[in-house]
Design a protein around this ligand. Structure first.
Ligand code: SF4
Length: 315
C-alpha cells in the first residue's frame, strides 16, 4: 500500500471539529510473497478498516494498493477478490447456511469461471484434503460441522482460486483454545507448502508472534512502529508498542518492559489529539509532542514515528 487513507463522514455534516473520521491515515506497507505481516493495535485503531480496504470491500479516500506491482485501487470487487481473499473471524456467519460444503468451496471457482465442472470438482476435493476436511463432508451443511471444521471450510474457500494474498482477520478468536492451535498450525503448514502470503489481523500477541515475520503497530489510523516480528515484539522502541505489550504481557517478565498503563483510555478518533496522537497517554512525552506530529522514519524494513527516535530533529 502507498499512503492509504480512508475517511468517513459522520451523519450528514462533517463532525463539529470540521474533520472527517480518518480511520486509516497514510498507511504505507509492503509485503513480499511468502511473508506474513501482522497488524496489531487496540480496537478502534483502524485495523479492520485497513483489512476492508485490502479486500476491496471499501474504496480508499486516497492512496493506492498494489498487488504484484499492479495498482488495485478503484477496480471492481470481483477483480480484487481474484487476488486477495479473506478468512474471517466467525466461520459460521461467513458461510452460507443453505449451501453444502462442496458448493461453498466451489463458489469462487464459479464466480471467476475457472475450469470445467470436472476440474472444479477435482479442485474442491484436493483443497478439502489439503485443509484436513474428510471428503464425506462435501454434501454436509455448515450447521453440521464443528467450529474448527467450519474455519477449515473458510480457509479452503479462500485458497481454492490460488489468490496472491490471504487476509486473516482474527481467524481463531471465535474458536476454542485447543482448536485455535490446530487452525494456526494448519495456516502455517499451508503457508509453507503453498508459499502463501498472509496479512494477519489479531489482537492476540502470542498468535502474532507465532505466525508473523513482520509486525506493524497501528494507533489511531497510523502505523507508529513496524519491523521484523522478533524485534518489534521482543525489543519494542515506540512508547505505544511498549505500553501495548506491557499491558497484555504482564505475565511474561522476561520481556523486561516497564509497567506502563494505557488506562487513560483510547482517545476519540473523531477528535484526535494534535501533535503526536499518542501524547496524552505517553509516559515519555516531550513538550513538542503536544503540537508537532513526529516524522515517519524508515530504515530498511523498520519504521517508527516518534520524536524520541528522530535523531535528525533539531530540538
Ligand atoms: Fe511519546 Fe512523543 Fe514519541 Fe509520541 S512522539 S510516542 S508523545 S515521545
Amino acid at each position: 500500500t502507498r499512503d492509504l487513507t480512508k475517511e468517513f463522514r459522520i451523519g450528514r455534516k462533517w463532525y463539529s471539529s470540521g474533520q472527517p473520521l480518518r480511520a486509516v491515515d497514510g498507511v504505507s506497507l509492503s509485503l513480499r510473497k511468502g511473508e506474513v505481516l501482522a497488524i496489531v493495535g487496540e480496537s478502534g485503531c483502524g485495523k479492520t478498516t485497513l483489512s476492508r480496504l485490502m479486500l476491496g470491500l471499501q474504496q480508499p479516500s486516497a492512496g493506492e494498493i498494489f498487488v504484484g506491482g499492479e495498482p488495485l485501487t478503484n477496480v471492481d470487487r470481483k477483480v480484487f477478490s481474484r487476488r486477495v481473499q479473506p478468512v474471517f473471524q466467525d466461520p459460521y456467519s461467513s458461510l452460507n447456511p443453505r449451501k453444502t460444503i462442496g458448493e461453498i468451496i466451489r463458489d469462487p471457482l464459479q464466480i471467476h469461471r475457472i475450469g470445467t465442472s470436472a476440474e472444479q470438482n477435482a479442485e474442491v476435493e484436493a483443497i478439502m484434503e489439503r485443509v484436513g476436511l474428510a471428503r464425506r463432508l462435501i454434501h454436509s451443511y455448515p450447521s453440521q460441522l464443528s467450529g474448527g471444521q467450519r474455519q477449515r471450510v473458510a480457509i479452503a474457500r479462500a485458497l481454492v482460486i490460488k489468490p496472491e494474498i490471504i487476509i486473516c482477520d482474527e481467524p481463531t478468536s471465535a474458536l476454542d483454545v485447543s482448536v485455535q492451535a490446530q487452525i494456526l498450525n494448519l495456516l502455517q503448514s499451508l503457508r509453507e507448502q503453498m508459499n502463501l502470503t498472509y496479512l494477519f489481523i489479531s489482537h492476540d500477541l502470542s498468535v502474532v508472534e507465532y505466525m508473523s515475520d513482520y509486525v506493524a503497530v497501528m494507533y489511531l489510523g497510523r502505523i507508529v512502529e513496524a519491523g521484523p516480528a522478533a524485534e518489534v515484539l521482543r525489543a519494542p522502541r515506540h512508547p505505544y508498542t511498549r505500553a501495548l505489550l506491557s499491558s497484555i504481557l504482564t505475565a511474561d517478565p522476561g520481556l523486561g518492559l516497564p509497567e506502563v498503563n494505557l488506562g487513560r483510555g483510547f482517545p476519540d478518533p473523531l477528535n484526535p489529539p494534535n501533535g503526536c496522537r499518542f501524547h496524552p497517554r505517553c509516559v515519555d512525552a516531550l513538550d513538542k509532542c503536544a503540537t508537532v506530529m513526529p516524522r515517519r522514519i524508515v530504515s530498511g524494513s523498520e519504521l517508527i514515528e516518534c520524536h524520541l527516535h528522530d535523531t535528525a530533529a533539531t530540538d
